[in-house]
Every structure is written in structure tokens, then in C-alpha cells.
Design a protein around this ligand. Structure first.
Ligand SMILES: [Zn+2]
Length: 472
């Protein structure tokens, strides 16, 4: 069959896809998937993973369930490419665990999987069970409607993203790296941000380093009626006050420069010029105040430290021997966490306060947007999305991409959904839900992007086509 005939055959097959049936099936699958309570801790992902594996087996896939601890499991399934595959695999990744939800606050039960008003409701609908179902449906369509691609596509649904990755991504990379080794990895991290007239498609290429820091202040316990100059709680309060006044220097990192340069063409003067030349240190004094006052960029140009938990004391008239605080610190991707902790200890300056972290992460690696995958996804978004810009993005949140980047894979974070700020705030919040329209659109984005990834002509220039280009 010559290439023209083959292209016609594929188009013909693709036109047979019943998208209404695909979206209905996706909504029903997601509803059932949400009903497995995978709140982490403790996770308990195994029954949800078995449910997905059953679904895949009924579709003639051969999924593997890889257990990492009692009741903790990961699912791996591979769609084989052509017999003589020419490119290394692409890994689709979504996590099966979710953060806690208090049903008293919700309009619909968080683990009910209710389908109502065009939405699937429940914890994980967006983060990250919705993405898992989008990947699963797209993989099924590729198997049914497309000839084998020039690379294998691997789908990994992992445990334990919301806590540490110790039973999911990190564990798999340690114990079964060959099962998930890929050139590209598609993860959560960025999203299609719906604005009034257009959209901003943020594809995460890097992330800040997340550190959970525990402070424990030690002092002399005693009766609260007696003056005490060695009160553990007082020590802790003073340390927290010093940390609150710590001014974190602002600076640009490579992923933020790439973001600004991609955004430049759509900005008014003088912002367009400042963004376009963000790599020129001379312009930093003009650019810095603008970024500092911008809600998106303010967290992307410095380290942040936030107090998240406080505890100490059990009775109103007893001074306890210890008091504890937990801090959430997010560091710029090229910071050295060990040096940051040294600086934090010296700000606290109190030997009776211990500073600890459970795992000290290595400095982060960024993925270049100048890659075949980024271009394939950008082209798909421009052809299927509402008008908008595609930009590389530094995400302030943590994802499992960090493990895959350190392992040498090119990880990109993009949840293929168009969400406004209200819908986005439901992630880790109340009344999380995903529209069925977004499920359908997401499946199309993944389906088309993976085919484009196989297109050897993708990188050939198309001079007449207007296109948002990332910085080379
Ligand atoms: Zn997530």
C-alpha cells in the first residue's frame, strides 16, 4: 500500500470512531474508578488497579499488576509499536491515589462517582484519575483504529504520588526500570487554562523542589504558674517569626525565561520587550517588580516557605518539653536543598531547635521544550483547542515527573483539559469534578498527539503556518 492509500485508510478508520460512545464510556469508567477510595495515606490502590486491569484485559491488552507493598500496586500496560520500531517508547503516566476529602463539605459524596449536569464528580476526577481514564481510552482507540506506531506506548497507573512515590514511581524506577523506560513521559503538571477569549496551554517542563521540613523545639517542662525562660513553645514561635521575616532573593531560572519568551508575543508594550529579552540581566530591575506582583510568577522567581502544621502542649496549665512545626518549602529547580537547609538553620539560629527532612531530594532537572514531543503536543492543541498560546511551564507544585527526569527521561506535564480558575481550585479542594466534554477533548488530544509523535515529517518547517515557537 503506498503512503497516500495508507493515509486514506487511517482517515477512513478514524472517521468510524463514535465519539459520543467514547465519552459515555469514559464517564462511566471514571465514575466507577472514583468509587475506589484510594485516599493516601494509606492509599490502598490495589482494588482500583485490579479494576483497571480487568477493563484492559476485556479490551485484549495484557496489563501487569506490580505490587510494591501490601495493598499497594501499580499497573503497567504496553501497546506495541511496529515490529521494527524506530523510536524508543513514550510513557503515559497517571497516579491512582488521591488526597483526603471530607464528605461533610461536599455537594456530592467525594467517593460516589456521581454523574450529574455533564460532570463526573468526586475526589480524583481531575487529579489524577480523570487523566488515567483519558490515557486508557486513547490507548484503546489507538489499538482499535490505528496501525502500529513507530514506538511502543506504555501506560503506567501508579500508587503513592500524593505522599512520596515510595510505593509508586520511585519504587518502580528502582525495581523495574526496564518496564517503564521511555524517551518521553507524559504526566500531570500543566493544564489548558481557559481565559475569557482564549486559552493558555501550559506544558510543564520543570518543577520546584518540594521539601517538607519538621522543626522540633526542646525546652524545660513545668507548671505554667512558674516563670519559665526555656519554654519550647516560645522558642518555636521565635524561630517561626524569624523565618517569616526571611527575605528570599528573586531570580530567573531557565524554564521561567522560556515561559516569558513564549508569552512575549501576546503581551502589550513594554512587557512584550521585557519578556522577549528576559535572559538579559540588564533588564532584570525593570522585569522583577512586574513578576513579583504577578500572581502566577511571584512563586516562580524565588523559594517559598509556608507554615502548614503546629503542635505542642496537651493541657492549658502545663508547659510541654517540646513543640513542633511543619513547613512546606518550595525551592527553585536549580537550588541545592542541602545548602537551603543550612541557610534555614542559620536563620533559626537556635541549637535547641532541630531541623529535619525525611528525604533530601537531589537538585531538579528540567526538560527542554525543543523536542519532538513538545512540538507534537503543541500542534495538536493548536488544531483541536480554542485559540491560545502554548508555553513551557515551571510548575510550583510537585509531581512524579521529578523521578523520571532524574532517571534521564524527557518528562512533560500537561493535563489535557480546559479549565478556568474556579474548576482548577477544586483540585485538592471541595467538589472536585470534571466535565464529560473535557474527558472527550482530552482523549482526542492524547490520541492525536501520539499519532503525530510517529510522524517523521513533524519537524519539517511549514513556512506558511503561524505557530507559537518555544525558545530554541
Ligand atoms: Zn496529581
Amino acid at each position: 500500500m503506498n503512503p497516500a492509500e495508507q493515509k486514506f485508510k487511517i482517515q477512513n478508520l478514524k472517521s468510524k470512531i463514535d465519539w459520543v460512545a467514547v465519552e459515555e464510556e469514559a464517564a462511566n469508567l471514571l465514575s466507577r474508578y472514583i468509587q475506589f477510595d484510594t485516599t493516601n495515606p494509606p492509599g490502598n490502590e490495589l482494588p482500583a488497579i485490579e479494576f483497571l486491569a480487568d477493563t484492559l484485559r476485556r479490551r485484549d491488552f495484557a496489563p501487569q499488576i506490580i505490587r510494591s507493598a501490601p495493598n499497594r500496586a501499580n499497573l503497567i500496560v504496553r501497546l506495541k509499536g511496529q515490529a521494527e520500531t524506530t523510536a524508543p517508547p513514550c510513557l503515559l503516566y497517571a497516579h491512582a491515589d488521591v488526597v483526603p476529602a471530607d464528605s461533610a463539605d461536599w455537594s456530592e459524596p467525594p467517593f460516589g462517582g456521581c454523574i450529574k449536569d455533564g460532570f463526573v464528580w468526586g475526589r480524583g476526577a481531575l487529579d489524577d484519575k480523570g487523566l488515567g481514564i483519558i490515557f486508557l481510552q486513547a490507548l484503546t482507540l489507538l489499538k482499535q483504529f490505528c496501525p502500529p506506531l513507530n514506538r511502543d506506548i506504555i501506560l503506567l497507573i501508579a500508587a503513592d504520588e500524593e505522599v512520596s512515590g515510595r510505593y509508586g514511581a520511585a519504587w518502580l524506577l528502582d525495581h523495574h526500570p526496564d518496564l517503564i523506560k521511555a524517551e518521553y513521559m507524559w504526566d500531570e503538571g500543566g493544564v489548558g487554562l481557559q481565559k475569557t477569549d482564549d486559552a493558555l496551554y501550559q506544558i510543564a517542563v520543570a518543577e520546584k523542589i518540594s521539601l517538607t521540613i519538621k522543626l522540633v523545639a526542646h525546652g524545660t517542662p513545668g507548671h505554667a504558674s512558674i516563670q519559665n525562660r526555656d519554654n519550647a513553645q516560645d522558642r518555636l514561635v521565635q524561630a517561626l517569626y524569624r523565618l517569616k521575616r526571611w527575605v528570599h532573593p528573586t531570580r530567573l531560572t531557565e524554564p521561567v525565561i522560556q515561559m516569558l519568551q513564549a508569552l512575549a508575543p501576546a503581551q502589550p508594550f513594554p512587557l512584550a520587550a521585557l519578556f522577549a529579552h528576559a535572559d538579559k540581566p540588564l533588564l532584570w530591575p525593570l522585569l522583577q517588580p512586574r513578576l513579583k506582583n504577578n500572581p502566577i510568577f511571584s512563586s516562580l522567581i524565588c523559594n517559598t516557605v509556608n507554615l502548614t502544621m503546629l503542635s505542642g502542649g496537651k493541657a492549658g496549665n502545663v508547659i510541654p518539653a517540646r513543640a513542633e512545626a511543619t513547613l512546606d518549602a518550595r525551592l527553585l529547580p536549580d537550588e541545592d536543598p542541602a545548602l537551603f537547609l543550612t541557610a534555614l538553620r542559620s536563620i533559626i539560629g537556635d541549637p535547641k531547635i532541630s531541623v529535619g527532612v525525611e528525604d533530601l531530594p537531589p537538585p531538579q532537572v528540567s526538560t527542554s521544550p525543543d523536542a519532538h514531543f513538545f512540538r507534537a503536543l503543541s500542534k495538536t492543541l493548536q488544531s483541536l483547542g480554542s485559540p491560545g498560546q502554548v508555553i513551557p511551564y515551571l510548575t510550583p507544585g510537585a509531581t512524579d515527573s521529578r523521578f523520571f527526569r532524574v532517571a534521564g527521561m524527557k518528562a512533560y506535564g500537561f493535563m489535557p483539559m480546559l479549565l478556568d480558575n474556579t474548576e482548577l481550585s477544586r483540585i485538592h479542594g471541595i467538589d472536585e469534578r470534571v466535565s464529560i466534554a473535557n474527558l472527550r477533548w482530552g482523549i482526542r488530544v492524547v490520541f492525536e498527539t501520539l499519532q503525530r509523535l510517529s510522524d517523521p515529517n513533524l519537524d519539517k518547517p511549514e513556512p506558511n503556518r503561524r505557530e507559537v515557537r518555544s525558545r530554541e
